[in-house]
Design a protein. Structure first.
Length: 403
């Protein structure tokens, strides 16, 4: 009886150990499949893009495009950008003064259709409002109107215009910055919108250290928050140190506040801290992602845009310091791939700044400093590649084919 009982116990233990081993193997396989994108080796499936070297078409009137620091897509899939006409180089200014045949200044706001034709154009100083000293960022709101800010030390206002350039309203005034002030801004980079709550999320961060939430109709500030949901602090944060503990405040500039409708979360570009912080719409900190942590100077996280599927599976991050666009899984914030290299040829970048996607999932980027242009990257379906692969310059494959 005793031997039989021992045998039964032994068999039971063996079965339990085998079952535990099977469960462990299943869990490990599941984790591996999640980490590798599709479970087939260290690969991921991501969107594939090719630069469109024919977009946009040359502008009329000898107009040139200056530092281009904002992009948005309207309901007709038209591409709107804002640039700085006064950002001519000394040699360009000399050519303009000498012959008048080079580098005429285009209006700050430019609208292009899908064929790359320039349509409407407007902007600049006018009656009834203070045009920013250094305009920055443009976004179309749910009602088809355009908001823009400015990032000089005295740009405390946000302006709103119709698509035809008619002035519709403003909030704030030219004054010194203060992150506790709800009557003005302090160097707005850009903004995004939630049509379900009629709210705008404003990256108020070239001189202030916050995200501000405003009513779309009145443009009045309703609430605000700083890094990790803390109260903003305008004290000098010193230089970024990648080896120091995470800074508990945003470091200037707070460069984007991108609302993701799929989860009703706000993704904030803390540019010189090399990180994206994610918040609920009432400012509760959710999570963060550090990208290229050892990037100094202007930092690695410039602007954010999301893929156009209902789940917004992918997140695209412009990195003007490292001259590329990062592709992340939005939910996990895991880096999947990137594309772009430094240079002036189509598909390359010099200080890639803003980013937007049209309804067909094509990507549009702008470049500031000496880049000064708009580029389009055509969506070419999905591809399976090595996880973390840098795709470099995404030149059209047909143009390089030897067949």
């Amino acid at each position: 009886m005793k031997n039989a009982r021992n045998l039964a116990i032994g068999i039971t233990l063996f079965v339990l150990l085998a079952a535990l081993g099977a469960v462990r193997h299943s869990l490990e396989a599941g984790v591996a499949a999640q980490g590798n994108g599709n479970g087939k080796g260290n690969t991921v499936t991501v969107p594939r893009y090719e630069v469109d070297p024919t977009f946009p078409k040359p502008m009329p009137n000898g107009w040139y495009q200056g530092m281009t620091i904002g992009a948005t897509i309207d309901a007709q899939d038209h591409i709107w950008v804002i640039h700085r006409p006064d950002s001519l180089s000394p040699s360009e200014n000399a050519a303009l003064m000498r012959t008048g045949s080079c580098c005429a200044k285009a209006p700050p706001v430019l609208e292009f259709d899908q064929a790359g034709n320039l349509l409407r154009h407007w902007g600049g100083p006018g009656e009834g409002y203070d045009w920013p000293e250094n305009n920055h960022g443009i976004m179309v709101d749910p009602k088809g109107n355009f908001w823009l800010g400015g990032n000089s030390s005295r740009d405390g206002q946000v302006l709103k215009f119709s698509a035809d350039g008619k002035f519709l309203g403003s909030f704030g005034r030219k004054a010194a910055a203060d992150s506790a002030d709800v009557t003005k801004y302090g160097g707005v980079a850009t903004m995004s919108f939630d049509p379900t709550t009629n709210e705008a999320f404003v990256a108020d961060g070239y001189y202030n250290h916050r995200v501000a939430v405003a009513d779309i109709d009145t443009m009045k500030i309703k609430r605000y928050w700083g890094a990790y949901g803390n109260k903003p602090d305008d004290a000098d944060m010193g230089n970024y140190n990648p080896d120091a503990p995470p800074l508990q405040q945003f470091r200037l500039p707070v460069h984007c506040a991108a609302f993701a409708p799929s989860e009703k979360l706000v993704y904030v570009c803390d540019r010189r801290n090399d990180r994206i912080q994610v918040f609920s719409t009432d400012g509760k900190f959710i999570k963060e992602k550090i990208i290229a942590q050892r990037t100094l100077g202007n930092g690695s996280v410039w602007e954010v845009a999301f893929s156009r599927d209902p789940q917004q599976k992918f997140m695209f991050v412009t990195d003007g310091a490292n001259m590329k666009v990062w592709i992340l899984d939005r939910a996990s914030m895991e880096i999947l791939s990137s594309f772009g290299t430094g240079g002036k040829q189509p598909g390359q970048f010099y200080a890639v700044h803003s980013i937007a996607l049209d309804s067909k999932s094509n990507i549009y980027t702008t470049e500031t400093f000496d880049g000064r242009r708009l580029q389009r990257f055509l969506y070419k379906g999905m591809q399976t590649i090595e996880k973390g692969k840098d795709q470099l310059t995404v030149w059209p494959r047909s143009a390089t084919s030897t067949n």
